[in-house]
Design a binder for this molecule. Sequence first.
Ligand SMILES: Nc1ncnc2c1ncn2[C@@H]1O[C@H](COP(=O)(O)OP(=O)(O)O)[C@@H](O)[C@H]1O
Ligand SMILES: [Mg+2]
Length: 255
Amino acid sequence: MQTIVLATQKGGSGKSTLAISLALAAIRAGHNVRLIETDSQGTLSNWKRRRPYAAPVVEPVYAAREVEQRLQSLDREGVTVAIVDTAGGVSAATNSAIRYADFCLIPTRPSIADIEATAPTLSVVRAWHKPFAYVLNQTPIRGTRLASAEHALSDEAALDIGDILAKPFIVMRNDHQDALSAGLAVCEYAPCGKSAEEIRALWQWIEVRLGNMATAGDEPLIEELVETPAILPAMAALPVIANDSARILRAPARA
Ligand SMILES: Nc1ncnc2c1ncn2[C@@H]1O[C@H](COP(=O)(O)OP(=O)(O)O)[C@@H](O)[C@H]1O
Ligand SMILES: [Mg+2]
C-alpha cells in the first residue's frame, strides 16, 4: 500500500479538495483507495455525507497514536492507496501522518506568502526524510506569469525541477468547489473539463513518482534549485533541518 499525505499548515490551500480529487483519480486508475481524515474539521466526512455513492470510504483517524495501526490494517485489507488529509497547523496527527507516509504532497497557492507558510510542514517532512512534492493549486490560467515560469522550468531540464514540483499546476476553477458541494470529485462532476484533466494528469505524475521511488538514486539536491526562475527560489530558500543530508528525495522506503 502507498500512503500519500496532503499537508501544509495553511488552511485553504486545497488539501481536502485535492485529497478527494486524487482519490477518485486513483480509483479510476484501478486502485483500491481509502481516504483518511485526520482533520476534525471534517471536510471529507461532510463531503461523504453529501455523496451519492458508497466509494471511497472516508475513515476518520483523529488520534495521532492510531495512524500507524490504521494504515497497517488497511494494508492487510488490500487497500493499495491511502490518501491522508490533514488539518492546518502542525498537529500531532499531521506529524504522525507524515511519519508513516510514503509520499507527501504540499499544496500551496502560487504566492510567495503561501509558499513561505509551507516552511513548518517542509521541516517535518524533511525531519522524517520523506519524499515530497509541492502542488501549485488555485493558480491563474495559462498565459499569465505562471505559464512563463512553467516554460522556463521545462527548459531547465538539467535541474529536474519536476522532482519537487508536481505537474501539472491545478488552476483555480469553480468546478472544484461545485464538485465538493455535490459530494463528487471533479473528475465525476465535469469529466471532460480541464480541471478533471489536470487532476488525472497530476495522479499520473504521482504514480510515476511512487513507482520511481524504489529505484531513486540520482535526484537533484534542493540547493541546485536556487537558480530556477519565478517562485521556485522561495521554495529552495525554505529552512533546512540541521544535519539533513539535503538528499531529501532519497528517503528510505518504509519497512
Ligand atoms: N483549484 C481550485 N480551484 C478553485 N477552488 C479551489 C481549488 N482548490 C481548492 N479550492 C477551494 O478552496 C477552498 C479551500 O480548499 P480546501 O481543500 O478546503 O483547503 P484546505 O483543506 O487546505 O483547508 C474550498 O472551497 C475548495 O473548494
Ligand atoms: Mg481541509
